[in-house]
Each structure stands twice: as C-alpha cells, then as structure tokens.
Design a protein around this ligand. Structure first.
Ligand SMILES: *Cc1c(COP(=O)(O)O)cnc(C)c1O
Length: 421
C-alpha cells in the first residue's frame, strides 16, 4: 500500500509551511458537514471553515449535485467571446444582493486575483480618463492576497519581507479609532486628489489577526475618501457572505464601495472563484472608441462554469431561513462565549466578536504571526477534536453555518480548556 505521508512529504510543498521543521500533514480522507475525518479514524470539528471558505459544511449534497450536473454539460469555456448559463445566473443572483450600486461583475478565480483586478481596474480607470493620480491608500495590518499587486497593498510584514524592494509604493494608514479619526481624515484630504484608490477590509482585518474596527468610523473615512474622488475598494473576500452577521460587512456603513472583491465563501467553499464588481461610472470609463482603453485582463479559468454553478447553489442555501437563523445563532453564541471567557480571568486579551467571528490574543509575547503560543493551543484543540489554526497568538473561530448547538458547545469547551492549560 502507498505510504501516503511519505509521498506527501517527498513530493509536495505545502503553503505557509516552514520546510525545515515540518510536521507530518494530517491525511483527510473525507469530510461531512463541519467534520473532517482522517485516515487514523479521528475526526475534527472545522472551527475555522477551512481557511474561511466553507459556508454550509463540507461535501454538501446540493453543491456537489450542482457541480456534477454542470460538469456533465459544460466544464469550461473561454470567457471571451463565449458565455454560459452559470455565469449569467450567478451575476443575476448576486448583483441585487451586493452592498452598493454595482452594475458589472468581472470574474476571476481566487481572492488575490479579485483584488488585483480591483486595483488594475481603478488605476486604468484614471488612465483611461487621462487623469494623473499617483497614490494608493491602504490600512496597516491589511492582507489582500499573495500576488504582487495584492502584496503591495498588504501590510509589510513576514509574508512580504523578501519582496519589499519589488512592491509598489502605497500610503498606509492606521485603521480608525475615536482618537485618530480626525488625523486620518486630514491626511486623506492632504493627499487628496492624488489618490487613485483606497482598498480596505471592512470591519475585520482577517489574516492580519482578525483585528476589528468600528463601522461608524470607517463610514467617516469613506465619506472623506469619496469627497476626494478616491475609488473605494471593499475587499470582502473574507467578510462576505454572512461572516460579520450581515450578508456583507459593507452593509454596516452608509457609504458604499465603488468596487467590491469577493471569493472564499462565494462558491460555498467548494471551488475557487473570484468576483470583482464595480459601479457604473468605473465601467463607463472603459466604454470608449480607443481600443487601448480595453481592460486587458483575464485568466484561463475566468468565470469557470463549475465554480459559478457551485456559487449559485451556495447562494440559494445562504438565502434559506435555516441558514439565516444559523448565522444568528452563531452570532448570539459568540456574544455569550465572549462574556463567559471574559469573566474567567484567563491569560488572554482583546476579546472581540462580530457576527460569526470571535477572536482574542493569548497574553504571551508580542502580537505577531511568528509568535508560537497559538500553536500550543492548536495542538491541545486538535487532541479534543477541534481544528483551529491560530494566527500567531491570535486565536479565533469562524465556523461553517451548518454547526449545531452541540458543536458550538464543543468549541466553547475547547476554548475554555485550551487556554487554561
Ligand atoms: C484570503 C484573502 C485574500 C486572498 O484570497 P486567496 O483566494 O487566498 O488568494 C484577499 N483578501 C482577503 C481579505 C482575504 O482574506
């Protein structure tokens, strides 16, 4: 019989994995609902939705059937000159749900490409209009993906260290607080008309450590940015599709983005797909006689029919009463878990929650990705059959919406026990 672990270790280079002291990867044979099963007969509760992509549980029959049915009809086609039903149905279904006056959907195939597209779309928007704008604005601590453009607008840190010389220049500012909001607004006004676009993860900075910030303050920043004619790009790759308690985090603000980036939960977590939706004025800058004003961007798998079919099925599931109630249940559970953890006098800080996300820092060392204190908690949780993957010393949960009451209790007990030890 094949020794799978050995072959894995010999042949495969896994992402975000230190290769010198690597541990054996857990061999997952199958998964169902929120549960992952390995080859040794263990099961793990997927408390972080497999890197935040899974919405309705694993191997969901409705999504599996939608993909299978589509695979038998049309698995892929060039998306220039051709179109197909799943892409059309998805656009039609998604458009009215989006938080803002969006009129066009541009497909790509993952989160990083959805932000790359948004950046290129914004920069070329000004170029097409013959307006010179040199600056791009982003938040400290942000994460927008691993490709070069996405890295450039992400915070400079351990993920980007080797590439700093090659990344384009971006003006970084802190996320708003009641103390700095005045200064931030002044800074945006000072940069003013020189800024092409502002990209932000609304309300929760995911990979940067599940950092949360205030909606009313972001709303003020967006107001200022809009006054300065800065294109506002909401990167909702992680926050989209119910994670923050609303369908999109941008719904918490009155000022809506001009461009929104979606991926991760878009297909329910079954297949890779990216969406970059834009408002009418962005699109119109591309409708010109001059052929050089075309948006020359695309990917081999742009608008893949299987991925689009999966996304349609996932959206239908998301809109069911059951799923909406489940999001509310997880949201309420998080509020009570937060209260419970807060009163236990545990060595943790910055307890916070928004919607289906709950996070805190272990009170050990500096808040950074290379802090190893999270790893100890993670092994403890795995022993208890709960899969979490702390970001440094930031521990968080963001379960798929199919988790039941019993499973939420398992997460709660794991957090209580793990932090003690
Ligand atoms: C994960 C993530 C990305 C990158 O998505 P990939 O599909 O991993 O390329 C971009 N932005 C945010 C906010 C993310 O959380």
């Amino acid at each position: 019989m094949t020794n799978f672990s050995l072959v894995d270790s010999n042949l495969i280079w896994h992402p975000f994995t230190h290769q010198k002291d690597k541990q054996e990867n857990i061999f997952i044979t199958h998964a169902e609902g929120p549960w992952l099963f390995d080859d040794k007969g263990n099961r793990y509760l997927d408390a972080i939705s497999s890197w935040w992509v899974n919405l309705h549980g694993h191997a969901h029959p409705k999504i599996a059937e939608a993909i299978y049915a589509q695979a038998k009809k049309l698995e892929h086609i060039i998306f220039a000159g051709f179109t197909h039903e799943p892409a059309i149905r998805l656009a039609e279904k998604l458009m009215p749900l989006l938080p803002g006056d969006f009129t066009k959907i541009f497909y790509s195939d993952n989160g990083s490409t959805s932000t790359e597209v948004a950046l290129k779309m914004s920069i070329q928007y000004w170029w097409n209009k013959g307006v010179k704008k040199n600056k791009i604005l982003a938040f400290h601590n942000s994460y927008h993906g691993d490709t070069f453009g996405a890295m450039s607008v992400s915070d400079r840190g351990v993920f980007t260290l080797a590439f700093h010389d090659r990344l384009f220049e971006v003006v970084f500012m802190d996320t708003p607080t009641s103390e700095n909001i005045g200064d931030l607004r002044t800074a945006i006004c000072d940069l003013g008309k020189d800024v092409a676009c502002f990209i932000y993860e609304p309300l929760v900075q995911g990979a940067g450590g599940m950092k949360m910030y205030d909606a009313a303050l972001l709303d003020q920043l967006l107001a200022t940015a809009k006054e300065q004619e800065i294109i506002c790009i909401a990167d909702e790759v992680m926050t989209g599709f119910g994670r923050t308690g609303k369908l999109f985090a941008s719904e918490y603000m009155t000022h809506k983005p001009d461009i929104i980036c979606l991926s991760k939960g878009l297909t329910g977590g079954a297949l890779p797909l990216g969406v970059t939706a834009c408002a009418a004025h962005i699109y119109e800058a591309y409708v010109q006689d001059d052929k050089l004003k075309t948006f020359f961007h695309g990917h081999s798998f742009t608008g893949n029919p299987l991925a689009c079919a999966s996304a349609v099925a996932s959206l239908e599931l998301l809109q069911t009463e059951t799923c909406q109630q489940s999001i509310q249940r997880i949201t309420q559970f998080n509020v009570s878990l937060l209260a419970d953890l807060a009163k236990r006098n545990l060595p943790i800080r910055n307890l916070r929650t928004l919607g289906t996300i709950l996070a805190f820092e272990l009170d050990e060392g500096r808040d950074e990705y290379l802090n190893t204190s999270g790893a100890a908690i993670s092994s403890h949780a795995m022993e208890q059959g709960v899969y979490i993957r702390p970001l440094g010393n930031t521990v968080y949960t963001m379960p798929p919406y199919c988790v039941g009451e019993e499973e939420l209790i398992i997460i709660k007990q794991t957090f209580q026990d793990a932090v003690h030890s």
